[in-house]
Design a protein around this ligand. Structure first.
Ligand SMILES: [Fe+2]
Ligand SMILES: [Fe+2]
Length: 262
């Protein structure tokens, strides 16, 4: 049973970066927003999924944010207990600090897609254990709890995927449902207003309506309690249906660039 009400957390949240922010907590299983201070509209979110003595870091970010993120993780657990990192795709703001994590712990594994894994060595290291989500779409903690991976081709990278934490029902969505804004809040409180911020990202980055509809069909059976994107605000359960509807109606990418070819 989650002890944290995300809507209430959003209402009371005052921007602070000196501690990690718990988003979900049920006994030994917890999810944290690690955040980092960025005075930009393209603010990035990194998350930690902790399960007993193990932890996964999700989209940990760029090289310049490594020290900050490491500090936040250290407040939750011994960073050496972060046994793997999930990289939803290879963008530098998602994945560049993989080299720093490997320097800290050469045993840390990288959970990602084949297409992402082809590009990661360009950050400078290829001597890591790769866990292939295309072959093994589940990660199982030693407790038996699972994180499930759902491929999201062309949203926005051909090998992109999302991660569904079965215990919390939280979908860590990478760049899907990412938002750009200068008026950032941790949790969405007004979805209509948030759609404008989603548009600033999705119209340019997402491939087209077929890609988003295909992804929606893949997550149809999931009971999603919150959406945790890599940019912008967290979408809590009350707005999940609206968030899906937003995507289903979305005209983006090639729909807009080549409207006559539809
Ligand atoms: Fe990206
Ligand atoms: Fe991104």
């Amino acid at each position: 049973m989650n002890t944290i009400d995300l809507e209430e957390l959003g209402r009371n949240f005052r921007e602070r970066y000196d501690t990690p922010t718990p988003l979900f907590s049920d006994g030994p299983h917890a999810i944290y927003w690690l955040g980092w201070p960025e005075d930009t509209a393209f603010r990035c979110n990194a998350y930690l999924i902790a399960d007993g003595d193990e932890a996964l870091i999700v989209d940990p970010g760029g090289v310049s944010s490594f020290g900050f993120i490491l500090n936040r993780v250290s407040q939750i657990t011994d960073p050496l207990k972060v046994t793997a990192m999930i990289l939803s795709h290879q963008d530098p703001d998602v994945a560049a600090c993989m080299v720093n994590w490997l320097d800290l712990n050469p045993q840390i594994r990288i959970i990602t897609s084949v297409r992402t894994n082809l590009l990661l060595p360009h950050y400078g290291r290829s001597d890591y254990e790769f866990i292939n989500i295309n072959e093994d779409p589940d990660f199982t903690f030693s407790s038996g709890r699972k994180v499930r991976f759902i491929e999201s081709p062309f949203l926005h990278f051909p090998g992109a995927f999302t991660s569904f934490d079965e215990t919390s029902g939280f979908l860590l969505s990478g760049d899907i449902w990412a938002a750009i804004d200068m008026d950032w809040h941790l949790v969405v409180s007004d979805f209509r207003n948030h759609e404008l911020k989603l548009n600033l990202f999705h119209l340019d980055y997402m491939a087209g309506n077929v890609a988003v509809k295909g992804f929606l069909s893949r997550i149809r059976s999931l009971d999603i309690k919150a959406i945790l994107p890599q940019h912008g605000s967290i979408i809590h359960e009350r707005f999940v249906a609206k968030a899906k509807h937003y995507l289903s109606e979305l005209r983006c990418g090639t729909d807009l660039i080549y409207p006559d070819l539809r």
